[in-house]
Design a protein around this ligand. Structure first.
Ligand SMILES: C[S@@+](CC[C@H](N)C(=O)[O-])C[C@H]1O[C@@H](n2cnc3c(N)ncnc32)[C@H](O)[C@@H]1O
Length: 348
């Protein structure tokens, strides 16, 4: 394990601050590696403590998957109902305070269902409203994304399999928020490879121009400009829906997930460690890190778990801070930094 707190100087990139960033060296720090550090504790308490005051205004991207609003408590502890909403609301000013002026918050949250009823709970949507409108946070919803998981097990089982009344709840919400209408973002950094049809069109150099039924006027040359790829969409797919379809990263994650998943799973298995039950898809963290930050910027995950975010940040040469309330996840999260893939890509 390498301790590396000094920011890396990567030519051609613009970290948001020239001032060197010192990560807190408190007793809550479990380890540091590849430009980041992992802490154990309640994230709101730690982030508002004096030791963490140096992070104020320094976080370029806070990307996290907080405990979901569930109706039954999971092993890693979830709040329910109004308690959850008040908690989310209280976090907004704490997180907002940590952001750079053009920083972003990206939150992934799943759906929940009303107890014993075939009716979806409004908690996820209310949580978005409570968080965005929280006093003193000055946040707005920049864009909403959907993360679709075609291999999600049928759930909620009572209403999908026991009684065939509902369809499989198979997506999570991904909300991108910021303190300004124009947070740092560049969609040219997350281009998808062109489809075969588009590659053929570029080769042919001609297509049918004119007005489409959708009322869009398509110019003679508008689509002949090779920009190196097409613009990403607001829908992510964790596995390709059709086995033979052309998969185009970064909006379909099955391929990008494989390598790290193998290493992480194998390393956990070797040591008899059960991987975190609610890991964030690596591709999701990587997409927003590439899209919304530059090399050297600081990425924070206040609900870090197995530290998918810290690992994705290290892969992309960003600094990182991860926090989790449970010490149990420290060991598995550390394993990620032994991934040979990481050694190739990042300079600790
Ligand atoms: C959905 S999981 C995040 C998993 C993580 N993204 C990953 O890829 O492994 C939520 C995490 O939040 C942690 N957590 C819950 N309440 C917390 C709190 N108040 N402060 C810090 N962490 C907390 C839980 O222990 C859990 O690991």
């Amino acid at each position: 394990m390498v301790a590396a707190d000094a920011p890396r100087d990567v030519p051609g990139n613009r970290p948001s601050h020239a001032k060197p960033l010192e990560l807190p060296k408190t007793r809550s720090r479990a380890y540091s590696s590849h430009g980041g550090a992992y802490y154990v504790g309640d994230s709101a308490k730690l982030l508002t403590s004096r030791a963490f005051s140096g992070l104020k205004g320094r976080v370029q991207l806070l990307v996290t998957s907080p405990p979901y609003p569930l109706n039954e408590k999971k092993s890693y502890g979830n709040l329910t109902g109004g308690e959850y909403l008040r908690w989310m609301e209280s976090l907004a000013p704490v997180f907002s305070d940590l952001l750079t002026d053009d920083g972003s918050i990206v939150i992934e949250v799943g759906n929940s269902w009303e107890p014993n009823r075939p009716v979806q709970s409004l908690l996820a949507l209310e949580a978005l409203l409570a968080f965005t409108k929280a006093k003193g946070a000055n946040l707005r919803l920049v864009q909403q994304f959907v993360c679709y998981n075609p291999s999600r097990l049928p759930s909620p089982a009572s209403w999908v399999t026991v009684k065939p009344m509902r369809t499989v709840d198979s997506f999570t919400h991904v909300w991108w928020l910021a303190k300004t209408d124009t947070p740092k973002a560049d969609n040219r950094k997350v281009l998808r490879p062109y489809s075969k049809a588009m590659r053929d069109l570029l080769k042919r150099g001609a297509y049918n121009a004119g007005r489409r039924p959708s009322e869009h006027a398509v110019s003679e040359t508008g689509f002949l400009n090779d920009r190196g790829g097409s613009i990403a969409h607001s829908l992510f797919e964790l596995e390709p829906l059709e086995a033979h379809r052309e998969v185009r990263l970064p909006n379909a994650f099955s391929f990008s997930n494989t390598a790290s998943k193998d290493f992480f799973h194998a390393a956990c298995k070797e040591r008899g460690i059960v991987p975190h039950p609610a890991r964030m898809p690596l591709g999701l963290a990587s997409f927003f890190i590439e899209f919304l930050t530059d090399a050297g910027d600081l990425v924070l995950d206040p609900f870090g778990g197995s530290n998918t975010t810290g690992y994705a940040a290290a892969l992309a040469n960003r600094r990182w801070v991860a926090i989790d309330a449970q010490e149990d996840y420290v060991e598995q999260s550390k394993l990620r930094f032994f991934d040979p893939q990481l050694k190739k890509n990042s300079k600790p």
